[in-house]
Design a protein around this ligand. Structure first.
Ligand code: SER
Length: 337
């Protein structure tokens, strides 16, 4: 009648909190997204509960920042060992080759992007982990409606990167349906950040332009002036990944591969925005046919209403806010003031 004695209630509450605590492994932790999601997750869940991993070793300066494991995602035993040793229950699987590199090395891209995800999902199945998988606007192709691209639509990408992203989306859905693995994800647009550089993507111009604008007031762009693509500032991207993993599963109709975007612009429009801070800034165009073809096969602007409805997705940064913040943060770093 009086319920549990207070001590037992205390222990039960403690036990429940402990069980709810996330023990997270991040693959590709030294990459563009990993470099910023690891500190964000550590702040939220505690430093020791977030294990960074990569196939490179972290710089000396990062030693002591938190646990790190050397993990090659194509090595099943290595992933399983890291997951078991740290009692991992959630994996943010960020290790992958981006679009332009994948076009240059399609065989390696298949091995890393597909082979890596398959092994991560298998470990997740065996060790009962949830997984976050970043898909991309690259999962769309020339037959996809390019304006307000719907959540559910034609996906016939013409790049190896896109092939691995669509197959990855399907594999995540399959592991959820067949084995109950809590696999979730978003389709990221181009991500702009000032911490770690992206590794060989088609949207990288929108990062490089800021460095060159500050250093030389000049940028030679590898995409044509009018190429319109979706983009997002890193703080929004980090939040999207964490929020979709924390979302109430009862509300998720899609669960995986949510369209998310924050803005959509062309190189010319981005240059004009930068010019409002650096009036002498000049942009020239020297189109790289490979990356132009990739960009032309991707949507101009995607519709992210499913993410907004199912887990209240909402970006904070538009083009104006992004440009102001990027220039401010990069100036501090490059000019020291
Ligand atoms: N930013 C990625 C790329 O350009 C797209 O997801 O490859």
């Amino acid at each position: 009648m009086y319920g549990h004695p207070p001590t037992l209630r205390y222990h039960q509450a403690f036990f429940r909190d402990y069980r709810d605590l996330k023990r997270i492994l991040v693959t590709g932790a030294l990459g563009q997204i990993g470099s910023e999601i690891v500190p964000a997750l550590r702040e939220r869940y505690g430093v020791d509960n977030v294990v960074a991993s990569d196939i490179r070793m972290p710089p000396e300066s990062a030693a002591g920042n938190g646990p790190f494991e050397f993990v090659d995602c194509t090595n099943f035993a290595r992933i399983r060992e890291a997951v078991q040793r740290h009692d991992i229950d959630t994996i943010f699987h960020l290790a992958a080759l981006l679009s332009a590199i994948a076009e240059d090395k399609p065989q390696i891209a298949w091995d890393v992007n597909m082979g890596g995800l398959y092994r991560i999902l298998e470990v997740a199945r065996q060790s009962n982990c949830a997984i976050f998988f970043p898909s991309s606007i690259g999962a769309f192709g020339p037959t996809t409606p390019s304006v307000d691209t719907p959540q559910d639509t034609s996906q016939r990408p013409t790049t190896m990167y896109g092939v691995t992203k669509v197959a990855g989306e399907l594999l995540c859905d399959y592991y959820h349906k067949r084995f109950g693995v809590d696999a979730r994800g978003v389709r990221f647009p181009g991500i702009i950040s000032h911490v770690a550089p992206p590794g060989g993507g088609t949207t990288d111009y929108a990062v490089a332009i800021f460095y060159q604008a500050i250093r030389y007031q000049h940028y030679r762009c590898f995409l044509a002036a009018e190429t319109r693509l979706d983009m997002m500032y890193m703080p929004d991207a980090v939040r999207a990944a964490i929020e979709v993993m924390e979302a109430d599963p009862a509300r998720l109709l899609h669960r995986n591969a949510f369209n998310v975007t924050a803005m959509s612009f062309t190189p010319e429009e981005l240059a004009a925005e930068i010019r409002s801070h650096i009036p002498d800034f000049k942009i020239e165009y020297e189109v790289d046919p490979v990356r132009q073809e990739i960009a032309d096969s991707w949507p101009d602007s995607i519709d992210d209403s499913a993410a907004r409805q199912e887990w209240d997705w909402k970006p904070d940064y538009d083009l104006t806010a992004l440009t102001r913040d990027m220039l401010e943060k990069l100036r501090l770093r490059l000019e020291g003031g």
